[in-house]
Write a protein that binds this ligand. Structure first.
Ligand SMILES: [Zn+2]
Ligand SMILES: [Zn+2]
Length: 168
């Protein structure tokens, strides 16, 4: 994953804001093929307290998802939010022992990790192209626009006719 850098507030500032938009191509370069994100917009704040930096990140992403019922790809916009603490360290210093803290040089933050985490959290667990998606017909294997699948009636007719003939 390539870094996504944002500027930290200067020493005499408490807070800075940033807005970033990643086009489809930039998103692909950034995550390689490991994501379904097409475009990604970010609104963020960085709050500074000496060597500590708090990132507050709001993400809006356009995703290509696969419907769990009909297996067709579809696009959806999702929103995510994440907060992350960074500590400015010198290259010679040991990284902080706390687990959920990232390091930075005090001038810029790499927000690629939190960005990807926010996207992962924003992904729908059970993506559906629409709530009333009819899925795939278990008889004919076609995508059903409106259940029941038209093939069902036909095969029932066929079954009835067959039954009629057997009775005769
Ligand atoms: Zn579907
Ligand atoms: Zn069918």
């Amino acid at each position: 994953m390539m870094p996504v850098m944002v500027l930290c507030p200067k020493e005499d500032e408490i807070q800075s804001e940033f807005h970033l938009f990643l086009s489809e191509k930039e998103t692909m370069d950034l995550f390689e093929e490991a994501t379904c994100a097409r475009t990604v917009g970010m609104d963020g704040q960085v709050v500074r307290d000496r060597r500590n930096f708090w990132l507050v990140l709001d993400v809006t992403a356009r995703l290509t998802l696969t419907c769990r019922r009909c297996l067709e790809p579809f696009e959806r916009e999702v929103r995510g939010h994440i907060e992350q603490r960074y500590v400015a360290t010198q290259p010679s210093e040991n990284p902080p022992s706390e687990e959920d803290v990232l390091t930075c040089d005090g001038e810029r933050l790499n927000v690629a990790g939190p960005l990807q985490e926010a996207l992962t959290l924003a992904m729908p667990v059970f993506p559906l192209c629409s709530n009333d998606c009819g899925g795939i017909c278990s008889r004919c294997g076609r995508r059903v626009e409106k259940p029941p699948c038209p093939c069902e009636e036909q095969s029932e007719d066929f079954g009835n006719r067959l039954g009629d003939q057997l009775v005769k």
